[in-house]
Design a binder for this molecule. Sequence first.
Ligand code: GTP
Ligand code: MG
Length: 590
Amino acid sequence: MNQKPKHKIGWLWENMKGYRVLYAVGILGTIVYNIMQLTVPFISSKIVDLFLAGEKAAENLSLHRDLFYKLVAAMVLLTFLRTTVVYLVCLDMEKVSQKVLYRIRTYLFDKIETQDMRFYNTFRTGDLMTRVTGDLDAIRHMIAWVLRAIIESFSLFFATAVYFFCMDWLLALCVLAIAPFIFLIIRLFRDKVAPRHKQLREKHAQMNTAAQENISGNRVVKAFAREEYEIQKFDECNKDYARMNEKTAMTWLTYFPYVETFANLMPLVLLLVGGIFIINGRITMGEYVAFSGLIWAVQQPMRMMGNIMNEFQRFSAASEKVMEIYYSEPAIVDAPDAIDRPERFAGRIEFKHVSFQYEDGNLPVLRDVSFVIEPGQTVAIMGETGCGKTSLINMIPRFYEPTAGEVLVDGYNVSKLKLRQLRKNIGLATQDVLLFSDTIDGNIAYGDSSISQKEVEKFAKYSAAAAFISKMPEGYETIVGERGVGLSGGQKQRISLARALAVKPAILILDDTTSAVDMETEKQIQHSLQELDFPCTKVIIAQRISTTKSADKILVIQDGRITEAGTHDELVAQKGYYYNLVRLQTGEEE
Ligand code: GTP
Ligand code: MG
């Protein structure tokens, strides 16, 4: 597990492992090419003093003409060299930034993949997408550009300041006395812009969430003819984001005139004080030329500071969002002393006084639920909608943990089993079917891509899907759209059932999986479920008596408790909830 570093830059450094030397070379190169900036004005000042304005200028020009040419050639060469260094540094830093971006993105995706249900209840898809795209790009920009700009500004400023001080400390002091005022303004700007960037990241995430929900929910939008409303809603988000962007960008404009005014005071001071110093012979003309030729090198970093600070705050806000995911730890993980059970599970399930309540819920969903399902048995779970059936079965693969009591599989508390091994043994067809944008074949073989085409077809047959698949234009190779667009509800359910069966699970859990198929098809499915060619414990949530009738045991849940348990005949004899259901569904004949 990663230890959370105190600072964002520390976190970046952490992720630069393997590229740190490359990056340090880049930083060094930045310092070098900025110091090189000073060489040209330095040589110019020498040329001025020796050949143009000095006492022996004319004499030098005729006697040492070769030196003059050499100095000019050195200037050209240094300029060329400097450009080359800049180019290499940019290349180097860009490369590192891409590598780090790739690394963090991979890590984040892995992180998101291994999260538990609580995480997915907390973060919305659009928000997560923003974090792994836009926010991450702000981080890449930090590595490739912002850090370099910071180093560049500081090294240019300090190198020039040192050079100025070497030439004449008093003039340097007069010119640089203005710098602290600019720093102060930048600081004030930072305090103002930092919260804006935070809000900006929020608005960005909100806008993406709105877009994502709308696109994936397009059918509902159309069904309710709410396009206008949704467009307006998105427009609000978009406007909000644009407004915030504008506001953030404008912030600098409030401070910019002050920075600019102070920065422009520098050449003025130079002209005034430098002029006096030349007149009274304190500095040479060449030195004045060097000062004035380099005054931009102290002005420029000052001017850049606003932009840099802006980008830095953008990075700061973005990295906060990324780090939130980066360091989030799922609560449901393998116990340190987890038992290793690589072999196939027998499939015995036991609930021992299990109570359950959602962390964000205020009422218990299940109370003191106890039952045993022996290997190979079929158990049906019934109860009215919202009574907690899905919540109950979610505790078997340990999507959620019981608030009290124990869930045991093969006699082991599920919290003591390795999650991977536990879940590999469970075939689950969820109530809300989700298929991937892939072929039907790919969807069925999702849990185990090594199974043969023949087997895929066999499982399709088990789930009564073979007939309709063979009628599709490209059979098993037909690509189903996102979330299974292009298939009927019942067809999706049957593919989801085939997918659950294809892993040949020791425990098969079907959550209302046949609710959308007709009675005849359901009968077929019931039949094949009894004929599976591998041992399998079946937990089936269903509403229809036809499904539950042949189960070894039926559990009825009411008010979070098991109120009836037994076979069809036993429960009918009890004349309770199940009996009433039977009467209702069979037209009160029984
Ligand atoms: P049907 O699928 O409609 O037949 O219902 P069910 O029996 O499967 O109910 P489920 O287990 O899904 O929900 C039981 C109760 O828990 C309901 O009152 C839900 O409102 C509540 N519930 C379900 N999921 C969540 C959740 O993620 N958070 C919170 N706080 N409550 C939830
Ligand atoms: Mg349910």
